[in-house]
Design a protein around this ligand. Structure first.
Ligand code: URA
Length: 258
């Protein structure tokens, strides 16, 4: 990483403005490599010099990537007027300016949601051209039928006439009402409406994978974990749907049966 101005480095990683950073430095609240930095316009090498602001060591990564295991009852919005938002679930130590949910899960949906301040990566992930597959496990109202597999493999047409891209489907273990579905797009209420089109109804929907990124078993519902940029790059790695279902069916089925 090339040398960078101290105030730029700090403002990209905290909620402080440049003028606040200047004051913090003058007040002796910023340390570079363990020594107090009285001026904020000095150049630093972030890979060699650790930077501390008010006793908190800043991360080197420019952007923040947070994986939330979304609970029901929270909206994927940055505006509190829409109701309790997923951003309210981000613990204070992970909060930085400019965070937003990259993509949408319905208010009653659960599971993997990326929250970031990296607009470029979010755009790439959500662009239909990137074809980042998303896998959901659903709990159905009526038993799963094998005929759905072929219907979903073709371009299923929703009640409003919208056509979906082919989707992959597989019954999950331990219940005839649980299934995994993989889609590469994000139409409004898409998974729910696809099951309505075959005469069923989704009772619970949980996103368990975003591209090559799997919702970790240890991440409890409502909890957040920080990811590194290199983990997030996994989003764009291919994943085999059948292998995923075999490997993760026991874990995620147990989650939905509970
Ligand atoms: N499809 C839905 O119907 N709801 C979601 O939250 C995500 C995908």
């Amino acid at each position: 990483m090339p040398n960078i101005r101290l105030d730029k480095f700090i403002s990209e990683r905290t909620e402080y403005s440049r003028s606040q950073i200047k004051q913090l430095a003058a007040g002796g609240n910023i340390k570079v490599g363990g020594a107090t930095a009285k001026k904020a316009d000095i150049k630093i090498d972030p890979e060699k010099d650790s930077v501390e602001v008010c006793g908190q060591v800043l991360r080197i990564e420019k952007h923040r990537y947070i994986l939330l295991n979304k609970p029901a009852g929270y909206v994927c919005s940055t505006d509190e007027k829409d109701g309790p938002t997923v951003l309210g679930l981000v613990p204070p130590e992970m909060r930085t300016k400019g965070l937003f949910p990259a993509g949408r899960l319905d208010k009653d949906s659960l599971g993997a949601l990326l929250i970031t301040d990296d607009g470029e990566l979010a755009h790439k992930m959500l662009s239909p051209r990137s074809h980042v597959p998303k896998i959901y496990i659903v709990k159905l109202d009526r038993p799963f039928e094998n005929k759905y597999i072929d219907i979903f493999k073709k371009n299923i047409i929703l009640s409003d006439g919208e056509t979906c891209l082919p989707a992959k489907l597989k019954q999950a273990e331990n219940s005839d009402k649980l299934a995994f579905i993989e889609i590469c797009e994000g139409k409004y209420h898409q998974v729910k409406r696809m099951f309505v089109a075959v005469g069923n109804h989704v009772e619970v929907l949980m996103r368990v994978s975003l591209g090559g990124l799997v919702l970790p078993e240890k991440l409890a519902i409502g909890e957040c974990m920080e990811l590194l940029h290199k983990d997030v790059e996994n989003l764009f790695k291919p994943r085999d749907f059948d292998a995923f279902c075999s490997e993760f069916s026991p874990v995620f089925s147990a989650n939905l049966i509970k």
